[in-house]
Design a protein around this ligand. Structure first.
Ligand SMILES: Nc1ncnc2c1ncn2[C@@H]1O[C@H](COP(=O)(O)OP(=O)(O)OP(=O)(O)O)[C@@H](O)[C@H]1O
Length: 262
């Protein structure tokens, strides 16, 4: 169960942006869907503990990672949240093995503890990277880099995996391989995933539930399997009737497409 309520204001010289997102779900894969600038990345960063909200809370599986009132604010390294960055953000000067184990070593420690080394070895094995353990990211194919990034995100034994626009900028082959790997993660570890995207196809391919984000607020929640939506901004709670036609995909597309259009 992920339970998020975030209030956060950011400003630079030109503009001011207020985030006030609230959602709770026990869907295996939840998508935050919305146009550029809706606040998706800020939400992800706040959940991961990379930026600090002014109010609200973040709870995962009953564990409180952040609670402004109770003054709880776990550091990122203690949140057990895996983060798959859009460009993978691998360290070019570290080997595959060191990249995967990176979050498990502190700057004081030079070597991994035996249990952590074992976990890294298992992840390399799972993702078919054992033979590449000493290679540098620059020597890898796109698909191999993708698997290293995923293995690294899983190294901290996360209770939630955050995916930042996972398919943007991927060619069809890499899209396909990432889908397979995420299916593996879903089956093997059963770690809930939260992905952000502005692409309807990502929602249809991966998500169980989508929260539509507009201008820093969740305005609608869409059940991807049933093709029904729940308006959160205006009508509060009322469930829409299921679509008449037997075309779930069309219904989901329509529900998502209302973002930005009213
Ligand atoms: N550190 C910051 N200082 C000032 N404004 C910021 C900061 N970070 C984000 N913003 C603004 O907050 C708004 C939401 O940004 P965010 O990156 O969360 O959007 P997004 O939905 O992820 O969009 P995109 O898909 O383009 O990344 C944007 O208008 C952005 O310019």
């Amino acid at each position: 169960m992920i339970d998020v309520d975030l209030q956060l204001a950011v400003a630079d010289r030109r503009r001011h942006f207020e985030l006030a997102v609230r959602f709770a779900s026990d869907a295996p894969v939840l998508a935050l869907f919305g146009p550029s600038g809706a606040g998706k990345s800020l939400t992800l960063q706040a959940i991961a503990g990379l930026i600090k909200p002014q109010g609200g809370h973040v709870r995962i599986g009953g564990r409180t990672l952040f609670d402004a009132r109770a003054r709880v604010d776990l550091p990122a390294a203690q949140r057990r949240v895996g983060y798959l960055f859009q460009d993978y953000a691998l360290f070019p000067h570290l080997s595959v093995q060191e990249n995967v184990g990176f979050g498990l070593t502190s700057w004081r420690q030079r070597r991994l503890r035996p249990a952590d080394a074992q976990r890294v070895a298992e992840l390399l094995e799972t993702f078919g990277l054992t033979g590449l353990a000493q290679a540098r990211p620059g020597a890898l194919s796109g698909g191999q880099r993708q698997r290293v990034a995923l293995a690294r995100a899983l190294a901290c034994e996360p209770e939630l995996l955050l995916l930042d626009e996972p398919f943007a900028a991927l060619n069809p082959l890499l899209r396909q391989s990432l889908r397979q790997e995420l299916a593996l993660v879903r089956e093997r570890w059963r770690i809930p995933m939260l992905l952000i995207t502005h692409d309807v196809e990502d929602v249809l391919a991966l998500a169980d539930v989508a929260c539509v984000l507009e201008q820093g607020r969740v305005v609608r929640e869409v059940d991807v399997h049933r093709g029904i939506g729940r308006e959160l901004l205006h009508s509060g709670l009322g469930l829409r009737p299921p679509p008449m036609e037997d075309d779930r995909t069309r219904a989901v597309r329509q529900l998502l497409a209302q973002a930005g259009g009213g």
